[in-house]
Design a protein around this ligand. Structure first.
Ligand code: ZN
Length: 271
């Protein structure tokens, strides 16, 4: 169920075709329309700062995996600075946390990888964005899921900001070479973890069918770190989202996009 703003509605039939420039505009918009409306398999890049950050979108990822989409789950760091491991060597912590990330990939059935930015070093510099741009050009995602760009932890918002810059840089051949640049007709949408203060539209994703997988992933981390009442906070959080959109369990995101999928009708539901 979706409650995004109707700004995404694009009515193609009203475009005047009498002069050349407007005709070209129609051709371009028609191409965009056909790309967004095709039901082919998509690639989604879910990229966060530290292993366990991804718990907030597991239900959404499993929905897409079950649909046949390619999911790439990536972390900018290996979380080697985590307080839980005080006194332990960085390389040992890195090994443990990377194994946890890979385990998540196995639980939900997707690719997983670590990008090596260094825990507490994730900042939106030119160099960090160039590195991410090459990764984007390699993966060619249709959408990105990440942290909010205004969230508290510097690595979290750094990851989101780097991705935001990299999506544009990935369009530039001199940056992505020897890979081809990645130039989809529209900049790909970024779905960010929900923030109360965000001015961006909110979308809800119904994860009712796959809520058990969310619990499996959280349990893996919870057992290791000794988290308390894991099932309860998952239940309360996802159910609270579900109440707001009329399903049992939901995940919630803010979306940064020029256009969401173009529809002929307004997204109205009275169910
Ligand atoms: Zn984190």
């Amino acid at each position: 169920m979706i409650d995004f703003a109707i700004y995404s509605i694009c009515v193609l039939k009203d475009i005047n075709t009498k002069n050349t420039s407007k005709y070209n505009k129609k051709l371009k918009l028609t191409a965009i329309y056909s790309i967004l409306m095709t039901d082919d398999k998509k690639t989604i890049l879910a990229c966060f700062a530290h292993p366990d950050d991804e718990i907030g979108c597991i239900g959404t990822l499993v929905n897409h995996i079950n649909k046949g989409d390619r999911i790439v789950l990536a972390w900018t760091t290996s979380g080697e600075m985590a307080s839980h491991f005080n006194g332990m060597d960085f390389s040992e912590v890195k090994k443990i946390r990377e194994e946890q990330g890979k385990e998540v990939g196995k639980i939900i059935g997707c690719e997983s990888m670590f990008l090596g930015y260094g825990d507490t070093s994730v900042r939106a510099t030119r160099e960090s964005a160039l590195k991410m741009a090459k990764f984007i050009a390699e993966i060619k995602p249709d959408a990105v899921i990440t942290w909010s760009m205004s969230t508290r932890h510097p690595d979290h918002r750094g990851t989101a900001n780097i991705l935001y810059d990299a999506i544009t840089y990935a369009r530039i051949p001199k940056i992505t070479e020897p890979l081809d640049p990645y130039r989809p007709p529209l900049h790909i949408p970024i779905f960010m973890y929900f923030e109360e203060i965000s001015p961006l539209p909110t979308i809800y994703v119904d994860i009712t069918e796959n809520f058990e997988k969310v619990k499996d992933v959280a349990k893996m981390y919870g057992d290791f770190y000794g988290w308390k009442q894991v099932d309860e906070w998952l239940e309360v959080g996802r159910k609270s989202n579900g109440f707001k959109c009329g399903v049992t369990y939901a995940e919630k995101f803010n979306v940064l996009s020029r256009y969401l999928p173009i529809e002929k009708y307004l997204p109205i539901s009275r169910e």
